[in-house]
Design a protein around this ligand. Sequence first.
Ligand code: AN7
Length: 357
Amino acid sequence: MTVRTLNGGVIAAYRDRLSIPPDVEAIHINEGNTPLVHLPAVSDRKRNIDVYAKCEGLNPTGSFKDRGMTVALSIASHNGSKAVICASTGNTSASAAAYAARAGIQAFVVIPAGKISVGKLAQAMMHGAKVVQIGGNFDDAMDIVKRMPEEAEVTLVNSVNPFRLQGQKTAAFEVVDQLGCAPDYHFLPVGNAGNISAYWMGYVEYGDAGIVGAKPRMVGCQAARAAPFLVGAPIEEPETIATAIRIGNPQSWNLANTAVIESNGWFRSSDDEKILTAQKLLAERCGVFCEPASAVSIAGFCDEIEKGNIQDNSVVVCTLTGHGLKDPEIAISQSPEPITIPKGGEGLRDLILSSLD
Ligand code: AN7
């Protein structure tokens, strides 16, 4: 197996495995090559179950979207596109804005007003995207932007654009290249359902190429009140504190369903409280800070192992799709307030001593 150590972005690293024209010039910001971090506090030593986090928050804009956006913007630029558009719960808009900036293309992002985290909004604004907000939710925004390529000269860069999934499948390649094999289970958050579809595509392609034998069971993790795959149909009013995955009508429904069925996996959901508990567990006991939507994969794993649904001697990968700093408000609201002391420092010694008792 070739172990890729290139850090010039996912197109440079995996070009031979991407369905893109050979003369496309890569618009990249050195995305990909993210760490696969062992999580001792989540693993189960007695049962020999090892859990790793694929830390996608370490991509240039802080989420996995960059893998897809480098390909989508490279193709848009190659085709002479002057503008790109997406609907977003936040991360897609941040990534589209950054890669569009890099390409010298105007980005338009349509977001649900008041429902995207402050970090993501800051990114889209800072990178020069035209930020458009609507009173509806992500699904309403998606309906609007899908019409736009027919009405204006603009390229749609949501994951219904197949080049997005081409880029995002490289995460599965990297997991295999880093582990030396495929994991037995792969847990990941599911919102619009592009990412689980892309991972499965990557694993299948590595399987077909003879690079892996067995492929993982894909476990799609949703938030309890935004879980159309658990309901078996789109839902009108999705709600969750994990705003990134507050999506009721996933665009890649069929691909995601196929991924779960073919891999002998399953969909599952966690309520907001469990999501926040998992986020805190990761931060406090593993030193890893992810956003709430990402923690749904850890919440999912913790629940499934407790129910006895994970076999002994397994390797598990959970994708942490976005960085914790994306959503500082959630983090602060969950944590105790800072302790104020006088500027001379009185009381600090006692505080330390009493904490160590
Ligand atoms: C942190 O940014 O849909 O199932 O518009 O930001 O591939 O949609 C974000 C999705 C998981 C779900 N984790 O991935 C958007 C958007 C985080 C995310 C997902 C998203 P998909």
